[in-house]
Design a protein around this ligand. Structure first.
Ligand code: ADP
Ligand code: ADP
Ligand code: MG
Length: 695
């Protein structure tokens, strides 16, 4: 096919951050195009800023002030001489106003037309268009009547369980499951509130809820010459909170007819709106017990590059960002439908800074350890937005990297992904790394019995802590001697490292035990309700896990955090991280496990405040969205006090017991850090005049 280049593009500004900004920069470099990164205050030193040829500051850390600030982004493109803007995904990628603003300023928007974005931007409007184009839809209601009574009446017709979805929603937000009519009103209010605050509009639609469903989507591409092709399908059924965790291509266990029909419907859908560039048509299908898919219904169309586009790249051998740029330059699609081939199987894992055992609560902080598995061309690919030492900030998405593996077949791709995870070593914020390994190991996943219910139904298996081994205890003691509370106790072994940080307590406590020079010392390590007792002997160094003492030897390592300890004729390896506040905790991390242990040392200070329960602290860094009570309010156990929003989620802070709000230390709009005291509750009896003040 001959390329008709109408627009020379020599410099592209990437209006995004994180891994996707880095991803786009890589293709620009390959194509000989200069890249311009933009950055908020929090991202001044971020990886995408370092990788780009140029970088320009665009404002404060809050997305509204920077990555969502249209005039500032347009001005940044103009001042740097970028002829085009790539929006990445998320942020402004599906904002028709942004596409239009680019066009009006004479800048090429690397994406579909503002009209196409607009047409698909509302899930309700999109469903209407698709209905007319003869595309099957999930039974539901997507009409104009938005009154609570009208919607309830429609809900009764659709039947329960059903979903209320924000028409403008995305990223799994603005979705509520309603299992019975009595829950409807409250769910509607909360869905509308979230939608209004996150998407600026509170229009909703109703859909029958498929309790065991498969999410199957088709990658489409259109050019400005009227051609539309599809690049096969992906299965994204492994989800938590309606958000994808694992994606793969091609979708397993589809019949040839299903595959052909999905591709054809997706192309028809894209043609119906004169689509150009990369897009994804999402379908939902009933998941059959043997893993196959039942009837497939159109769900929505995403008018942008998708997070999971790399799995399509791996099975087709194509670079979708390159295709986007070529289409934006006015070229024809590089291949026709019958030239596009699918080879092997690819799987993508989303690595997120979040805690799967705390309902996937996002986690933030400095990545003190960030060693990803080595990449292998064509087999193991890592798309990452972070480097060791970088901080995961509360302002943005919790996804930090994607691990993508290819194999000749599905089992090979899974095996490679498992191997790569074992070679990935992270410390700092909690991540879903081990959760992902366990997910890959689930028989349901291995047998391709995919459904959106898999994660929730295996929650315990996926998140339960593993039993602690003797090896962990030995490594814990080694860590204490090398980089932890006992490191200042002198040269315990010829190779012991000096602590890097000389700050007081509990590290540089005067070591009472050293002054009185006991030959042995007992220590207690705990995790949740479990605890372990360990005896340590100095000179010669030995450890007792039961009756007997076994000699141990600390071997030299590259860094104080890295451990190599010789014990019972074997060398144990690991890495250690110490947390000092509010209590001393050890993050110990081995090739196939991660443990967080409480260090109970009678000499250490900083134990938890007895009164902790009376202080309500922020569960995570974020913004206070709503304050439901005022100072002096009498509250009951479980009553909603505040709503905190961060990283695409809302968290309710509720009263841990009955009491009176003694002090309210935050207001709506405040940015709060994790652990910050938000309010104090006094017991009812202590309250002087319990005046209920609620707003
Ligand atoms: P997809 O539909 O592409 O699989 P999602 O539905 O999870 O992905 O939507 C993409 C989400 O990614 C957006 O909602 C946004 O919150 C988030 N996001 C936006 N920019 C970034 C980024 N640079 N890195 C990680 N996540 C991002
Ligand atoms: P978003 O814009 O947030 O991606 P979607 O409409 O694509 O919203 O839905 C997100 C996810 O929610 C889907 O991938 C699917 O797992 C689940 N979901 C959506 N609609 C239904 C439905 N009708 N029944 C069951 N699950 C659904
Ligand atoms: Mg979706």
């Amino acid at each position: 096919m001959t390329a008709t280049t109408s627009r020379p593009l020599t410099k592209i500004l990437i209006a995004n951050r994180g891994e996707i900004a880095c991803r786009v920069i890589a293709t620009c470099r390959k194509m000989g195009i200069r890249s311009v990164a933009v950055y908020s205050e929090a991202d001044r030193t971020a990886r995408h800023v370092q990788l780009a040829d140029e970088a320009i500051a665009i404002g404060a850390s809050e997305p509204k002030a920077s990555y969502l600030n249209i005039p500032v982004l347009i001005a940044a493109a103009q001042s740097t001489g970028a002829q085009a803007i790539h929006p990445g995904y998320g942020f402004l990628s599906e904002n028709p106003g942004f596409a239009q603003a680019c066009t009006s300023a004479g800048i090429v928007f690397i994406g579909p037309s503002a009209q196409a974005i607009e047409a698909m931007g509302s899930k309700s409007a999109a469903k209407e268009i698709m209905q007319k184009a003869g595309v099957p839809l999930v039974p539901g209601y997507n009409g104009e009547d938005q009154s609570p009574e009208g919607l309830l009446a429609q809900a009764e017709k659709v039947g329960f369980p059903l979903l209320i979805k924000a028409s403008a929603g995305g990223g799994g937000r603005g979705i509520r499951i309603v299992r019975a009519a009595e829950e409807f009103a409250a769910a509607l209010t909360s869905c509308k509130r979230e939608s209004l605050s996150s998407f600026g509009n509170d229009h909703v639609l109703l859909e029958r809820y498929l309790s065991s469903a498969r999410h199957i989507e088709v990658q489409v591409f259109g050019d400005t010459h009227g051609q539309v092709v599809h690049l096969f399908e992906r299965d994204c059924s492994m989800q938590r909170r309606h958000q994808k965790v694992i994606e793969e291509a091609p979708a397993p266990l589809l019949t040839a007819e299903q595959r052909a029909s999905l591709g054809a419907i997706a192309v028809r859908a894209a043609q119906a709106i004169g689509y150009t560039g990369a897009g994804t048509v999402e379908f939902i299908a009933e998941a059959l017990p043997d893993g196959r898919a039942g009837a497939c219904y159109f769900m929505e169309m995403n008018t942008r590059l998708q997070v999971e586009h790399p799995v399509t790249e791996m099975i087709t051998g194509l670079d979708l960002v390159e295709w986007q740029i070529r289409v934006a330059r006015g070229e024809s699609l590089p291949l026709t439908q019958d030239q596009i081939r699918c080879h092997g199987h690819a799987i993508e894992l989303r690595l997120c800074a979040e805690d799967p055992s705390r309902d996937f609560m996002p986690s933030t902080g400095r990545m003190t350890r960030y060693a990803m598995a080595p990449e292998i061309a064509g087999e193991v690919r890592i798309d990452s937005g972070l480097r060791e030492g970088d901080t995961v900030s509360p302002y943005y998405d919790s996804m930090i990297a994607k691990l993508i593996c290819w194999g000749e077949d599905r089992p090979t791709a899974i095996a490679r992904a498992q191997q790569a995870l074992a070679q990935t070593h992270l410390a700092g914020p909690t991540t879903n790394l081990r959760f992902l390994s366990r997910l890959l190991a689930l028989p349901a996943f291995q047998n391709a019995e995919l459904s959106t219910a898999v994660i929730a139904s295996h929650q315990t298996t996926l998140t339960a802590p593993r039993p602690l081994s003797d090896q962990h205890l030995v490594l814990a003691v080694a860590a204490a001697l090398q980089s932890g509370p006992w490191a200042s106790a002198g040269p315990l072994s010829p190779t012991a490292h000096t602590p890097r940080d000389q700050s007081p307590d509990p590290w540089s406590l005067p070591n009472a035990f050293r002054i009185t020079a006991p030959a042995q010392r007992s220590l207690r390590l705990s995790r949740d309700a479990e605890d372990w007792s360990v005896t340590v002997q100095w000179a010669p160094l030995a450890i007792g896990l039961g009756e007997a003492l076994d000699p141990i030897d600390l071997l030299p390592t590259e860094s104080p955090r890295q451990l190599a300890v010789c014990w019972r004729g074997q060398v144990l390896h690991g890495w250690a991280d110490w947390e000092r506040q509010p209590t001393v905790r050890l993050h110990l991390w081995t090739e196939d496990d991660d443990v967080l242990l409480q260090w109970d040392d009678p000499y250490a200070t900083g134990q938890l405040d007895d009164d902790a329960e009376a202080s309500l602290t922020a569960p995570m860094p974020g913004q206070v969205m709503r304050v439901h009570v005022g100072p002096g309010a009498t509250v009951q156990k479980g009553e909603a006090l505040l709503v905190i929003s961060a990283m695409k989620m809302e968290f309710l802070v509720s009263a841990p017991r009955d009491g009176v709000v003694e002090a309210l230390l935050c207001k709506e709009g405040d940015i709060v850090t994790e652990g910050l005291t938000l309010a104090r509750l006094a017991p009812l009896a202590h309250a002087e005049t319990p005046t209920p003040v609620k707003n």
